[in-house]
Design a protein around this ligand. Structure first.
Ligand code: ACO
Length: 443
């Protein structure tokens, strides 16, 4: 069978072009040959927000948004959430295969070996104001790690990439917990490497005067599953940021700081924070119709609903909904769950949401569980960042090794002034547009 092609006729010139199709894609650079006349600029594709542009080839995670499917390295998210642990899933994501017993032991040892941070990192965190948002602390501190590990700039060196990956996965919970303790004025708790990855994180968060913190196994497992669900999600905003920064061959600490900054926005990883604020604001089920009315009038968004890729139920939201009940057995029910369930019921019967295919996403229920576990709202995006570090590092390594990748440098459609010439200040006519008469611009 002949290789598939796309035939384009340029109606400006009448010329026909056959563009090869590979993996259901045409190469955007093949469009560049389509031009009105020699010397004129070639055709580009215009795709603000990169809605229909594949910028890389990847083997890490797969999403079928129509059918609500998510797989890491081919394994369904449901199987991993039920049978795996976060550290094992992180190995799978980073290395591409599930570990053997001996490899898993080595991986566990390699990660726990890196849970401590340099004392100067602690001092760095101490420098933040008492009310600093923990996500801001995390972003800044992860970025600062590049100054502790200058060899991380050798991104093409396999051993360096491996060490930085272990360091980042190992240290993220420590930095996150220190950020939280700082905001509470509590002494920092150093890692306890006898505990599991999530057990140790809970210890660093909640240990008080007891000699040894013993995490509740149900909560420890619930957090582990939540970390599994957040570990990777193909080319989302933060992962794309990781790749864009990585494309300049910046070190991975700087790239993770940038990715975390992208994650921190309310359209992305801070949505669960916004969901909990929204549910508190609703307060009781009777007030839901008023909120739905505001949403339908375009005055606000229903946080935790909708997704760029999922046009069906987000499979992670379904798993989280189940975990919620297990967590509530231990913590007591978070009353927000009833409001959330009713909100979901009403929204999914409403044509506004049905016609736009808006379903609960991963963030709709995660915040309710975190809150029940005593994790403060401001920590929600931080928890997301801990888990997503595995995905960011896997995607970054893929980028570094991909011979087709270059520094990311998209095109623009220039719609500004044509050439004009500088007029000295005293030569500009008074009565023309003044600063206070200029229509509101972007800044
Ligand atoms: N509430 C109300 N209406 C919504 C919502 C929402 N949460 N999400 C989308 N819509 C509407 C839009 O108004 C638009 O309607 P229109 O066609 O009448 O203009 C339509 O649905 C399509 O919305 P877009 O903004 O074009 O969708 P996009 O794919 O760009 O946005 C996003 C996806 C950012 C997730 C969006 O659904 C949203 O803002 N959701 C709330 C925030 C949220 O939960 N984010 C977490 C996402 S998951 C994650 O990052 C981990």
């Amino acid at each position: 069978m002949a290789s598939p092609t796309l035939t384009i006729t340029d109606n400006r010139t009448g010329k026909r072009y056959d563009l090869p199709i590979e993996h259901d894609a045409i190469r955007a650079t093949d469009l560049a040959q389509i031009r009105v006349a020699p010397g004129e600029p070639g055709l580009v594709s215009y795709d603000p927000a990169l809605i229909n542009t594949a910028a890389c080839k990847s083997k890490v995670s797969y999403i079928d948004g129509e059918r609500g499917i998510l797989r890491y390295r081919g394994y369904p998210i449901e199987e991993l959430a039920e049978k795996s642990s976060f550290l094992e899933t992180a190995y799978l994501i980073v290395k591409g295969e599930l570990p053997t017993t001996s490899h898993f032991k080595m991986w566990q040892r390699n990660i726990t070996m890196h849970t401590l941070v340099h004392e100067s990192v602690r001092h760095f965190i101490e420098g933040f104001r008492y009310d600093a948002h923990p996500m801001g602390i995390l972003i800044a501190t992860v970025g600062a790690l590049s100054t502790f590990y200058p060899e991380a700039k050798h991104v093409t060196d396999l051993e360096s990439r491996r060490v930085q990956t272990r360091r980042l996965i190992g240290k993220m919970p420590t930095i996150a917990a220190f950020a939280y303790r700082h905001s509470r004025g509590l002494p920092y708790v150093y890692p306890d490497n006898d505990l599991s990855y999530t057990g140790n994180f809970l210890s660093m968060m909640f240990k008080m005067t007891e000699l040894k913190y013993r995490p509740d196994p149900v909560l420890e497992r619930a957090l582990d599953v939540l970390f599994i669900l957040h570990a990777d999600h193909e080319q989302n905003c933060s992962t794309t940021t990781m790749r864009v920064i990585g494309s300049s061959l910046a070190d991975p600490y700087s790239a993770v700081a940038g990715a975390a900054a992208a994650l921190g926005g309310p359209r992305h990883g801070s949505a669960n924070e916004e969901v909990v604020h929204m549910l508190h604001e609703i307060g009781s089920a009777e007030r839901i119709p008023a909120l739905i009315k505001q949403v339908k009038a375009g005055e606000r968004r229903l946080m935790g609903f909708g997704h760029r890729v999922y046009k069906n139920y987000d499979p992670r939201a379904r798993i989280i909904k189940q975990i919620a009940h297990e967590v509530f057995e231990v913590t007591g029910k978070n009353p927000l769950i009833d409001i959330a369930l009713e909100l979901e019921r009403i929204a999914l019967e409403d044509n506004y949401f049905v016609s736009r295919r808006l379903y609960p996403n991963v963030d709709f229920y995660s915040g309710i569980i975190y809150e029940a576990m005593g994790l403060p709202v401001a920590m929600f995006p931080v928890l997301f960042a801990i888990a997503r570090t595995a995905g960011w590092m896997a995607q970054w390594a893929e980028l570094v090794l991909d011979e087709e990748q270059k520094i990311t440098r998209p095109k623009q459609l220039y719609l500004g002034y044509d050439e004009r010439h500088y007029v000295p200040l005293d030569g500009r006519a008074e009565g023309g547009p003044r600063e206070d008469a200029v229509p509101p611009g972007p800044l």
